[in-house]
Design a binder for this molecule. Structure first.
Ligand SMILES: Nc1ncnc2c1ncn2[C@@H]1O[C@H](COP(=O)(O)OP(=O)(O)OP(=O)(O)O)[C@@H](O)[C@H]1O
Length: 215
């Protein structure tokens, strides 16, 4: 089991719990779509799995290790080595070229692998765009760079929060196809937040968040 979420409860200061009692598991190589109404806590859950925020009770176990005892340094190490994130906003660094954006996280993590980066650049159709800056790319092209940056460390788990939310139908289809094929090729697991039942139907499994629990 790659990821195990057990009875997790999460509230923000001064508020009622957003997540009441969430349990979910994900195997290596599996893809899972997380759906739910706006405000149901999908992004919150993704942030917890990414070790970007703490939870009130329960446990999240990633790659055999429970998260709750981890300090900030150990959480940062998880994000460098084990998991990657793709967001609706592409979050590229404007002052870096496509090639530099693609390799920056892997380089900072000491996991730079030039052959793999070259392969990703080809697979994502970015060869002719390598020297461009993000402002000169379409949304779909920017998201392809963001996927490359996320996959550059060869994560065991890819977390994606509405990755096609800012794209038109054609660009969405390209981005989803690329993400699914790269995840399959590397035997990574994918946890993807989406409002789209069509996108959700393309993944191995679906989980629906409602009332702070998985239905
Ligand atoms: N940092 C925060 N502090 C306080 N409340 C927050 C914070 N982040 C989210 N919330 C609240 O938690 C609830 C769940 O938010 P979350 O963003 O996880 O939902 P979501 O299902 O991803 O929504 P959407 O589909 O609209 O993106 C909302 O009521 C939101 O206002």
């Amino acid at each position: 089991m790659l990821l195990s979420i057990e009875h997790v409860r999460k509230s923000y200061p001064g508020g009622r719990p957003v997540l009441n009692d969430v349990s979910l598991t994900l195997e290596q190589g599996q893809t899972l779509a997380l759906t739910g109404e706006s405000g149901s806590g999908k992004s919150t859950l993704l942030h917890l799995v990414a070790a970007l925020d703490g939870f009130d009770s329960g446990e999240i176990t990633l790659d055999g290790g429970p998260m709750s005892p981890l300090d900030d340094a150990a959480r940062a190490a998880l994000r460098r080595n084990t998991l990657s994130l793709v967001f609706q906003q592409f979050n590229l660094i404007p002052s870096l070229t496509v090639a530099q954006n693609l390799s920056i996280h892997a380089r900072l993590a000491g996991r730079d692998n030039p052959e793999w980066i070259t392969h990703l650049t080809e697979r994502l159709g970015l060869i002719d765009l390598q020297d461009r800056y993000p402002e000169n790319l379409s949304g779909g092209q920017q998201q392809r760079v963001a996927i490359g940056r996320a996959m550059a460390i060869r994560p065991r788990l890819l977390l994606a929060d509405e990755p096609t939310g800012n794209l038109d139908e054609t660009a969405s289809a390209v981005v989803l196809d690329l993400m699914l094929s790269l995840v399959a090729d590397t035997d990574a697991a994918l946890l993807l937040v989406t409002h789209s039942t069509e996108i959700a139907s393309r993944l191995d499994r679906r989980a629906h968040l409602t009332g702070g629990c998985i239905e």
